[in-house]
Design a binder for this molecule. Structure first.
Ligand code: SF4
Ligand code: SF4
Length: 384
């Protein structure tokens, strides 16, 4: 109910993501969120009754889908209360966790609700040494594999997202073989994150330089007789066939701030967790979710680029929907919403060359016959 005692009107919000805390029990080398745990941080975080109130507002607006992420969401002592409230409101709840704090009490609680959503565990390596090299936390590998066993014992479905910073093509290929034969992993892997993000708070150029040095080199994904190309190229091709097209100079062409919204640990709404820009923050402790969605964000996100480089490249590029360049990634890396990003530009063009959509001398933003190329590709039956 709103302050007038009336139900908020429905709005098209499909997903609300809560970054429940920026604190974490791990200390990963590539982390784009984690802040050191301290009393000040804990005190500033949204209380669970405040979180429940936002969940209630979202439910009143017809939202049915919530994501809890962090930092590590289970690092909050009241995580179970927050989760239970959302489920009782009828929400589908997606959780992104490192898994290490899942004990039998938590697994049992997950099992007590119908499983509409898998629990998403990030995994950072397939053996103890690799894992702890990434998490910088002794015992992390053992705890996460124990958590998977618990989830299986309680019949709680889980999916794994592999995040393997600084791994070579050879290691990635050997990971793939291990995954196919390991009972904890095969059937559960939902994807890999090859392209690490810089710090969302843009708070440390030194850490950002480190994180970016751990990014997968796209050449290595396609190295060694293209062993990874089978799955990866198929995925890329399918996506390009379905979504290729120019986006023009509008900066915000995704669902950020429209169909989906994010809440940070301290009660600020943003269109996306990577867009923690002062100009795009809405203090939910002083306002209403409905006002943010229906008035604040539509006003703020109606932006046309004036960046000549963006207008020349990204707005003309037929691979823009496939490229990882977006206002959020642009903001965390460059401080503005509309900067072409060298790394993603290279990745996107390299992939397009490898699958035969571009010649080596060509750049994606200079191609005017892209429509014909895709049609030809399809007619030749080259779609993998
Ligand atoms: S587990 Fe996740 S949130 Fe925690 S330090 Fe690692 S990457 Fe960051
Ligand atoms: S490939 Fe380059 S030009 Fe195209 S959208 Fe990505 S960054 Fe922009």
């Amino acid at each position: 109910m709103n302050e007038l005692g009336m139900r908020d009107r429905r709005s098209n919000i499909a997903l609300i993501t809560f970054e429940l805390t920026e604190r974490c029990n791990f200390n990963c080398i590539h982390c784009c969120v984690r802040q050191d745990d301290c009393a000040k941080l804990r005190k500033s975080e949204l209380r669970y009754d405040e979180i429940n109130d936002i969940v209630d507002q979202a439910a009143d607006m017809g939202c049915l889908y919530i994501r809890f992420t962090g930092g590590e969401p289970l690092f909050r002592h009241d995580f179970a209360l927050i989760y239970e409230h959302a489920r009782r409101k009828g929400m589908r709840v997606n959780i992104a966790t490192n898994g290490a704090l899942i004990n039998s009490r938590i697994a049992k609680m997950f099992a007590s609700f119908a499983s509409f959503e898998d629990i998403y565990l990030s995994i950072y390596g397939l053996d103890n040494a690799a894992y702890e090299k990434t998490t910088r936390t002794a015992g992390s590998y053992r705890r996460v594999y124990d958590a998977m066993a618990l989830l299986r014992a309680f019949n709680v479905p889980y999916k794994l997202k592999g995040i393997f910073p600084n791994r070579t093509a050879k290691e990635l290929i050997s990971y793939k073989r291990i995954i196919r034969t390991n009972k904890y992993l095969k059937d559960h892997i939902s994807g890999y994150n090859l392209y690490l993000d810089p710090r969302y708070r843009r708070d440390s150029p030194e850490k950002n330089a480190k994180i970016m040095s751990y990014r997968t080199k796209v050449e290595s994904v396609f190295d060694n007789n293209n062993i990874l190309i089978d799955d990866y190229a198929k995925h890329c091709m399918t996506f390009i066939m379905g979504h290729a097209g120019r986006c023009g100079p509008n900066i915000f062409t995704c669902s950020a701030g429209r169909g989906q919204i994010c809440v940070d640990s301290y009660g600020y709404l943003y269109p996306c967790l990577m867009l923690k820009s002062e100009g795009l923050s809405y203090d939910i402790r002083r306002g209403r979710l409905y006002t943010a969605i229906s008035e604040f964000f539509p006003r703020k996100l109606n932006l046309i680029s004036r960046n000549a480089e963006y207008i020349e490249k990204c707005s003309e590029c037929f691979l823009k929907p496939f490229c990882e360049q977006c206002p959020g990634k642009s903001f965390v890396e460059s401080g503005v919403y509309d900067q072409p990003l060298d790394y993603y530009c290279h990745v996107t063009n390299e992939i397009a060359q490898r699958i035969g959509l571009l010649k080596h001398s060509e750049q994606s933003w200079q191609i005017s016959d892209w429509h014909a190329r895709i049609r030809k590709y399809q007619m030749e039956g080259r779609v993998l």
